[in-house]
Design a protein around this ligand. Structure first.
Ligand code: ARG
Length: 484
């Protein structure tokens, strides 16, 4: 069938070739084919059950749609470029297969509610996959933390040595961000758990449709409330674009560190050969390209969010064709984040962590200066005064080419002019091991705190993994039932 002839009644002349290719969404919405078939199966079954179409026609439509699904699964579904989108393609294929009964499929339905439904189902699956990938990375970070509860490295602020921290604490910081990213996806998925099907073009329909039935059949908690809102809103898409963008930013930040850490200057990690690349000219090179590409691709993911928001801004109610542009940016963003998190999990899990080097560099930068000030506070010196005294001590050390822990007791007590308060105990307190172990405030960097964090992070991860697996099973059983 000629696509131009589909809605031909209104037109004296067919569409120009250029109009067709310009308006076609096939290249993007072909990815929705599976969901379109499922949505159509639910709709056809409902039309039959509600007596809106003859039972025999409903049966033929269901059988035909199952046949189309089989073709899709065998990658034999032919998509006709003369038909502007996947929805039209499937409807036309059905009519070709079963004859005029196929012409009843679109009763009480519009492509406006249809595409919103298809895309929600696509996004639900894609989001759960993104969560699973992010979770694999979180699991990798927790494993590193478990292994490095007492590995000490400089903690940085302004990329300057600040205070010593454990590698566990550092990796758990990244894991904390990613936990929120994963939870944010889950929240967004829960918020869009309403089925658009049945909103029709914009105002609902005159047929006695059962929206509860189609919503349940497609695995939604219920139908959407307002038909105009349903066909015109894409905040669910924008929200997922944000979820993806935030995740990409967090991945990029982790990647930036992996790049820095694998440099000669830092030397904190060596990435596994399998996840690095060589240079075409410099034989010695081992480059952290994966991390760099993830950092680089965050740009297009952020761009996806911007595209969505700008596309939506200023649209009058209800459906406008602008909305067709909602798919590519978010599909791409979700794919990018899922791939990136999945491969980064392997990078993190297989990297060699150079603990000697990490410890060695803590000797630079007076990383224990706060601990010396804190010690003075225990001797009754107000913190602000202690800060000044230690600042003087650091200045003295720089001039003398010494580290704080190399000062004599006489030197220690020569600053601030308040008499001798510092004794031998200071040397033990200034070791980085002591600096770390004594930061046992809730959420601090002590190994004991790492244990608490690891337990909590694992619990949160497992709970989410179970929720994802349960949702995937529920969705799968909806599909089973629809094709059963
Ligand atoms: N391709 C459209 C989209 O993605 C769906 C079709 C709705 N088209 C229309 N002219 N009402 O939004």
């Amino acid at each position: 069938m000629d696509g131009k002839a589909l809605w031909s009644g209104r037109f004296a002349e067919g569409m120009d070739e250029s109009t067709l290719w310009f308006t076609s969404s096939l290249d993007v919405d072909s990815a929705l084919a599976f969901y379109d078939i499922m949505g159509s199966l639910a709709h056809a079954r409902m039309l039959g059950a509600c007596g809106i179409v003859p039972a025999e026609d409903a049966r033929m439509m269901v059988d035909g749609l199952k046949g189309i699904l089989a073709l899709l699964e065998k990658e034999e579904l032919e998509v006709d470029g003369d038909l502007e989108d996947i929805h039209t393609n499937i409807e036309v294929t059905l009519t070709r297969m079963i004859g005029p009964a196929g012409g009843r499929l679109h009763t009480g339905r519009s492509r406006n509610d249809q595409v919103a439904t298809d895309f929600r189902m696509y996004l639900r699956d894609a989001s759960l996959e993104a969560v699973a990938a992010v979770d694999s990375l979180i699991r990798g970070l927790i494993d590193v933390a478990r292994e490095h509860r007492t590995t000490i490295l400089p903690g940085f602020t302004h990329l300057q040595h600040a205070q010593p921290v454990t590698l566990a604490h550092h990796m758990l910081a990244h894991a904390s961000r990613l936990q929120r990213d994963a939870d944010r996806f889950m929240d967004a998925v829960a918020r869009m758990d309403r089925c658009p099907l049945g909103a029709a073009a914009l105002a609902g329909t005159t047929y006695p449709i059962d929206r509860m039935m189609t919503a349940a059949a497609l695995g939604f908690a219920g139908p959407t409330e307002n038909s105009i809102d349903t066909v015109s809103s894409r905040d669910n898409v924008a929200e997922l674009a944000f979820c993806a963008a935030m995740t990409a930013v967090d991945l990029s930040s982790l990647c930036e560190e992996l790049v820095l850490w694998s440099s000669q200057e830092f030397g904190f990690i060596e990435m596994d050969d399998r996840y690095t690349t060589g240079s075409s000219i410099m034989p010695q090179k081992k480059n952290p390209d994966i991390a760099e590409l993830i950092r680089g691709r965050s740009g297009s993911v952020i761009g996806g969010l911007v595209s969505m928001l700008v596309m939506m801004k200023g649209l009058p109610l209800s459906y406008n064709r602008d909305l067709q542009e909602d798919k590519r940016p978010v599909m791409d963003a979700l794919n990018t984040v899922t791939d990136a998190a999945g491969i980064l999990a392997k990078v993190v899990a297989t990297a060699a962590y150079r603990t000697d080097r990490m410890l060695e560099v803590t000797e630079e930068g007076f990383i224990n200066a706060t601990d010396l000030a804190d010690h003075l506070v225990t001797k009754g010196v107000p913190f602000r005064e202690a800060h000044g005294i230690v600042g003087e001590a650091v200045r003295h050390c720089i001039a003398a080419g010494k580290r704080l822990e190399e000062l004599t007791l006489a030197e220690f007590n020569s600053f601030g002019g308040d008499g001798a308060v510092i004794g031998e105990e200071v040397y033990a307190l200034l070791t980085v091991e002591s600096c770390v172990a004594r930061r046992d405030s809730y959420g601090g960097t002590s190994p004991a705190s790492a244990d608490t964090q690891i337990a909590a992070a694992s619990e949160r991860l497992e709970a989410r993994d179970e929720a994802v697996a349960r949702m995937m099973r529920e969705i799968e059983s909806c599909w089973q039932e629809l094709v059963g």
